[in-house]
Ligand binder design. Structure first.
Ligand code: AMP
Ligand code: ZN
Length: 474
C-alpha cells in the first residue's frame, strides 16, 4: 500500500497515516447545525472531507464514516451562553424546533448530492443520542470532572492535563481570541457546559416565573435540560466507531473550542487517546478576508450562488479542488465565472477524447497518487490531469486514466462523457453501439459491419475513430 501523509493539527506536522485497523478506517466529521441552510463556506469543509475519504478509498482502504447532525444545544454564543439556535429558528419561521431541524437536514443532504459528496455510512442526530450523552456525563461525574452552577453542569478544564494539546494556545491567548461572554459562576474561563438546565438551578417548570417552555428538553440526573454542544460528537463517535478513532475533521474554527473540548471530556472519561489524526480545513472568506458565517445572514448558499443562476454546483467543487484545503479561499464572482470556463474546458477536453476506455497508465497514476497522498495536494493532482490530457498517450489510455482519477476528483466526468456520446440517441441505437464496440474488440469484423449497416439504415452516420465509434444523426 502507498504511504499517505496528512497534516495533523495535534502535532502540527505532516505525518504518515497509520490506521488503527488496516481493514477499516474510522472517520468522523463534525456535521452541520441545521437551523438554517448551509453556506458555501460550510460546504467547502464537506468537499475537503469528501476528498479525504475518496483518497482513502483510492488507496484501497474501506472507511466507516460518521457525520453528526447537530439538532439541539448549539447556542448563539460561543461560550455556552445565549439562546438555542433551534428555538430561535423556530420562532423566526413559525415552526417547531424539530421541524426546523428536519427541513434543514434535508436541504443539507441535497447540497451534498449536488456537489457529488459521498454520504456518510450514517448520519447521527444529537437528539437520538441523549442517553449516551448523559452516560458520558455520569462517567465524568464519577471521576470528579464536573461541577454545577445555576444554569448547568460544567466540565472543569483545570482538572484535565494538556487541555491545550490541540490548540497549542495558552489560556491568555484563548481569552484574547474569544468574544467576551461573562459567566461569573464558571471556575475557569475555558470550562464548558455538559448539560444546560431548561430553568435556572434545574428546578421544574413554573409557569408563573418561566416565560415559555423549551421545545427540546430531557430529564437527567441533574435536572431537566439539554446537552451541551460539544458532548454529542464525543458520545456519538465513540458509540458508532468504537475503537476505530482514526480521523476527526472539521473547519479550523473548531480547533480552539469545540474539538479541544471534545478531546478533554472524552479522554477524561475513558483515559484513552481520542482520535489519532485531527484534520482541519481553512475557511472560505468573502472579499476582504472575512469568514463567511451563518450568523452574518449575508451568506451565500449553493442555491442562490449557483443553482438559481444556472451554474453547475460542480464548478464550486472544481474551485475548491484548485485551492489546497489548508489555504484560505476567497469567494468572488469573477473568479467563479473564470472557474466555470476552466471547468467547461476540462469537460470538453475529456468528452472529446475519441476512444473507449483502455488500460490505465501507471506512470500518470503514480504521479497522481504522489500528489493526493501528499496531504491532499489537489492543485497538483489537477496539474497531473492536464499533463495527462496533453500527453501523447493513446486515447484509450487517456480516457481510462482520467476517469480513474475522477474517483477522487468527483467531477462526474464519466457521466458527462456518456451524456455527450449518447445525447439525442435513441435507446436501441445506444444498445447497438455497445454491441458494435464489443464486436470490434473481439475482432469480429463481419458482425461489426452488420451492426454498422443496421445503424446507418436507421438514419445515423457511423464514424470509426481510433479508440471507438462516434454516431450522429445524418
Ligand atoms: P456549523 O454548521 O456552523 O456547525 O459548521 C459546519 C462546518 O462548517 C464546520 O466544520 C465548520 O468548521 C465549517 N465552517 C464554518 N464556516 C466556514 C467557512 N467560512 N469556511 C469553511 N468552513 C466553514
Ligand atoms: Zn463536532
Amino acid at each position: 500500500m502507498n504511504k499517505i501523509f496528512l497534516y495533523n493539527t495535534l502535532t502540527r506536522e505532516k505525518e504518515e497515516f497509520k490506521p488503527i485497523d488496516k481493514k477499516e478506517i474510522g472517520l468522523y466529521t463534525c456535521g452541520p447545525t441545521v437551523y438554517d441552510y448551509a453556506h458555501i463556506g460550510n460546504l467547502r469543509t464537506y468537499i475537503f472531507t469528501d476528498i479525504l475519504k475518496r483518497v482513502l478509498f483510492y488507496n484501497g482502504y474501506s472507511v466507516k464514516h460518521i457525520m453528526n447532525i447537530t439538532d439541539v444545544g448549539h447556542l448563539v454564543g460561543d461560550m455556552d451562553m445565549g439562546e438555542d439556535k433551534f428555538e430561535k429558528g423556530a420562532r423566526r419561521e413559525g415552526k417547531t424546533a424539530w421541524e426546523i431541524a428536519e427541513f434543514y437536514t434535508k436541504a443539507f443532504q441535497k447540497d451534498l448530492g449536488n456537489l457529488n459528496i459521498l454520504p456518510p455510512n450514517k448520519y447521527t442526530k444529537a437528539t437520538d443520542y441523549i442517553k449516551e450523552q448523559i452516560t458520558l456525563i455520569e462517567t465524568l461525574e464519577e471521576k470528579s470532572y464536573i461541577y454545577k452552577t445555576s444554569d448547568g453542569i460544567y466540565f472543569d478544564t483545570a482538572k484535565f492535563k494538556d487541555y491545550n494539546k490541540l490548540s497549542h494556545l495558552r489560556l491568555e491567548e484563548l481569552q484574547e481570541g474569544a468574544r467576551v461572554e461573562k459567566n461569573e459562576e464558571k471556575k475557569n474561563f475555558t470550562d464548558f457546559a455538559l448539560w444546560k438546565f431548561s430553568y435556572r438551578d434545574g428546578r421544574p417548570f413554573d409557569s408563573s416565573q418561566d416565560f415559555a417552555r423549551r421545545q427540546m428538553e430531557w430529564r437527567s440526573p441533574w435536572g431537566v435540560g439539554f446537552p451541551g454542544w460539544h458532548l454529542e460528537c464525543s458520545a456519538m463517535s465513540m458509540a458508532e466507531l468504537g475503537e476505530k478513532l482514526d480521523i476527526h475533521c472539521g473547519g479550523i474554527d473548531h480547533i480552539n473550542v469545540h474539538h479541544t473540548n471534545e478531546i478533554a471530556q472524552s479522554e477524561a472519561a475513558t483515559g484513552k487517546k481520542f482520535f489519532n489524526y485531527w484534520i482541519h480545513g481553512e475557511f472560505l472568506n468573502i472579499a476582504g478576508g472575512k469568514k463567511m458565517a451563518k450568523s452574518d445572514e449575508n451568506f451565500l448558499t449553493l442555491e442562490n450562488a449557483f443553482l438559481k443562476r444556472d451554474i453547475d454546483p460542480l464548478v464550486y467543487r472544481f474551485a475548491c479542488l484548485q485551492t489546497h484545503y489548508r489555504k484560505p479561499m476567497e469567494y468572488d464572482e469573477e473568479s467563479i465565472l473564470n472557474t466555470r470556463e476552466g471547468f467547461r474546458h476540462l469537460v470538453s477536453q475529456v468528452v472529446n477524447i475519441d476512444g473507449t476506455k483502455g488500460k490505465i497508465d501507471q506512470k500518470y497514476k503514480d504521479k497522481f497518487i504522489e500528489a493526493i497522498n501528499d496531504d491532499l495536494n489537489m492543485p497538483q493532482s489537477l496539474a497531473v490531469v492536464q499533463n495527462l490530457l496533453k500527453s501523447k498517450l493513446k486515447n484509450e489510455e487517456k480516457i481510462a486514466t482520467v476517469l480513474d482519477f475522477d474517483r477522487v476528483l468527483g467531477l462526474r466526468l464519466e457521466d458527462m462523457v456518456e451524456q455527450a456520446k449518447g445525447i439525442a440517441l435513441p435507446e436501441d441505437i445506444k444498445i447497438m453501439i455497445v454491441h458494435r464496440n464489443k464486436a470490434r474488440q473481439d475482432k469480429n469484423w463481419a458482425e461489426s459491419d452488420r451492426i454498422r449497416d443496421e445503424i446507418e439504415k436507421r438514419g445515423y452516420a457511423v464514424e470509426d475513430g481510433k479508440g471507438g465509434i462516434k454516431v450522429y444523426k445524418k
